[in-house]
Each structure stands twice: as C-alpha cells, then as structure tokens.
Write a protein that binds this ligand. Structure first.
Ligand code: ZN
Length: 174
C-alpha cells in the first residue's frame, strides 16, 4: 500500500499546470497504484497526481457505489474532446479542500481521450457523476479548483477556516 499525503489549499502547488507523461513505466504504474490507495483511504471518488504533489497528468477515479464492486479507472494525459451544451449541477467536494461543498454547474456529458494503464489510447463518452468527476480532476491538472469560481472574499474565508483547523497544536502541561 502506498498512501501519500494529500496537499490542501492554500498550497501553491495546486495552482500549477501538470506536465504530460511521455514514458509510461514502472514509476508511473506505482504512482497510479499509490493514487488509488490514497483515494480509497480518504474516501474520495477521484484524485489527480498534483494533489499528492506530483505534477504529472494522471488522474484516478472510482464512482462505483459504496459496498459494490470497485471500478477503478485511471486516465493518463486525459484530454476533453467534447462537452455537451446541456449542463448538470452537483454539490462537489475536494480532498484538497476539506469539509467544503460547493454547487458547480458543468456540461452534463463529456468525451475524453486518454491513455489507459496498459498504454492504449482510448476514448470515453460519459455523463452524470463520472462526467462531473472527470472534469473536476482534469481541472486539477490545469491548476483549477472548485473554489476558483467563488468571490475572493468567500474563497479567503474557506481557506482561513481550513488553515485554522489544521493548526490544532499539541497540548502540553508544564
Ligand atoms: Zn478535487
């Protein structure tokens, strides 16, 4: 098991654009396995490599229902080819923005091209939760977060709250 630490806001790494992968080898396979371990451990349905501090265009996703068979999906160098005009709204959370949920409107369907874990070029057409999740994760690869569309005031408030809750110093009695 390779559980990695998840980077949270306001870490500047989350705003960086990830680089495409040219050579897919053992290290990349290990990275994907670690991303799945980390995502399952923290109960997310998607995770991008940048969220563990690796600026490579890799995302992992599993939108299967709780207690049902797992459906791990990893996408290397994913590229959106088509988005529907019709939109849908989900309340989205993010492992990099703890305890925060924001209603986000996105195209309902998307078509994405990617390289799978066996190095094959694939195209996936999807809608609903999977489509939303893929768009959310690809946003991460481009340095975009769900709080970016809020006003600066609201965004700062959320970040302040998260930074505070992390401080929790150890209590010492001297
Ligand atoms: Zn996220």
């Amino acid at each position: 098991m390779g559980i990695r630490d998840i980077i949270t806001v306001p870490n500047e790494v989350l705003k960086k654009v990830s680089e495409p992968i040219d050579n897919f080898g053992i290290n990349e396979k290990k990275l994907i396995n670690d991303l799945f371990d980390t995502m399952y451990k923290f109960k997310g349905i998607g995770l991008a490599a940048v969220q563990v501090g690796i600026l490579k265009r890799v995302i992992v996703i599993d939108v299967s229902e709780k207690d049902k068979k797992k459906e791990p999906l990893s996408l290397i160098n994913p590229k959106i080819k088509n988005l529907s005009k019709r939109t849908s709204i989900y309340e989205e959370g993010c492992l990099s923005i703890p305890n925060t949920f924001i209603e986000i409107e996105r195209p309902e369907e998307c078509e994405v091209e990617y390289i799978d874990i066996n190095g094959k070029l694939k195209i996936l057409k999807c809608d609903g939760l999977l489509s939303t999740c893929i768009q959310h994760e690809i946003n991460h690869l481009d340095g975009k977060l769900i709080i970016d569309q809020l006003s600066k005031l609201k965004r700062d408030l959320i970040i302040k709250k998260i930074s505070k809750s992390k401080k929790n110093p150890d209590r010492v009695i001297v």
